[in-house]
Design a protein. Sequence first.
Length: 94
Amino acid sequence: MANKQSAKKRIRQNEKRRMRNRTVVTRTRTYLKRARMVMDEGDAVASQEAVKVAVSELDRAVSKGVLHAKNGARRKSRLLARLNSMGMEIEPSE
């Protein structure tokens, strides 16, 4: 257990940040899961939309610092590779 004031404050800050990051991670995972499920069903238009939303969520998590930039890039790459292997493509956003 922390004894110093600064250590106690750091514990409080870390807990707040952990809870905030948890929501972002959960939300990102949910959209990735939805995108994979829609791709498994084989609906081309719905797959493209679901992947677009998932990529957006990944970008948001990276910009907030919850995910490392390369981790986000790897996940997007795998998602888009899976979409492309189904014969569908998505326009890259700028």
